[in-house]
Design a protein around this ligand. Structure first.
Ligand SMILES: Cc1cc2nc3c(=O)[nH]c(=O)nc-3n(C[C@H](O)[C@H](O)[C@H](O)COP(=O)(O)O)c2cc1C
Length: 226
């Protein structure tokens, strides 16, 4: 009997959105017969969410716009074991991958991702194109093959989405604020997106089990389309 496909998921999540989506994706993958190994990137200095003030949030956005790296702890040895697929999951920070993800790619990317098939998963408020384009370039430099990409944007219309994320990062509660709460019921992804992530997991799993190309899959979350 053919062994179960094994998938390494390397992830970072500051406010829990990426990890929420991954919980659903993993459930779909496991239900279709895959074995999952999950590695969470951990900053050397633990990060605080929310940042605590508007000034601190603006400073963080400027730093992340300059792609400032955030040093991370060493990864576990099991990451070097053979895997059929690597899923690289994390948020968009100022149009780029997050600081911990950039540190991972600098330090471990070539060693762990060379000749590997990779699917990036991005959680963002809605502006992911530059992130994906830059990430694909970095992965190519590491020698990885990008088979597909999964994008989830926050399902709220503008300008509320941007305002809501900024307030949330600063430590406010836009979902409870007069004038804003009618347009901004919650921060982050919704249940329909969780269900879609689970379905994407099932599709990836069944393609790996049957040996079909992952590039044939279409991971369309209607919210993230142009
Ligand atoms: C410093 C910072 C910068 C951000 N910049 C962007 C951005 O440029 N585009 C975007 O769509 N979302 C941006 N976001 C929002 C996050 O991508 C979004 O909230 C994501 O769902 C967070 O995922 P996580 O909880 O897994 O960290 C930013 C968030 C932070 C903390």
């Amino acid at each position: 009997m053919k062994p179960s496909p094994t998938i390494l998921i390397i992830s970072f999540s500051l406010s829990g959105q990426t990890h929420g989506l991954l919980t659903s994706l993993i459930s779909g993958l496991e239900n279709s017969g895959c074995h999952i190994r999950q590695e969470r990137l951990q900053p050397l200095t633990p990060m605080r969410f929310p940042f605590g003030s508007m000034t601190k949030t603006v400073v963080m956005m400027l730093r992340t716009f300059c792609r400032q790296r955030i040093a991370i702890k060493p990864l576990s040895a099991s990451c070097t074991k053979p895997h059929d697929l690597v899923i690289l999951a994390g948020p968009t920070w100022s149009y780029h991958p997050s600081g911990p993800m950039l540190s991972f790619l600098d330090r471990d990317g070539h060693r762990l991702l060379r000749n590997k098939t990779v699917i990036p998963l991005i959680s963002c408020r809605g502006y992911w194109r530059m992130h994906l384009w830059g990430l694909k370039g970095l992965l190519k430099k590491c020698g990885a093959q990008v088979a597909n990409a999964i994008i989830f944007s926050h399902p709220i219309s503008e300008p509320w989405r941007t305002l809501g994320v900024f307030l949330k990062l600063s430590g406010r509660h836009p979902e409870k604020m007069a004038l804003i709460s009618d347009h901004y019921p919650r921060y982050g992804h919704d249940k329909a997106q969780q269900a879609r992530a689970e379905e994407f997991g099932r599709q990836i799993g069944s393609h790996l089990v049957t040996g079909q190309p992952l590039a044939d899959l279409s991971f369309q979350d209607p919210i993230s389309l142009p």
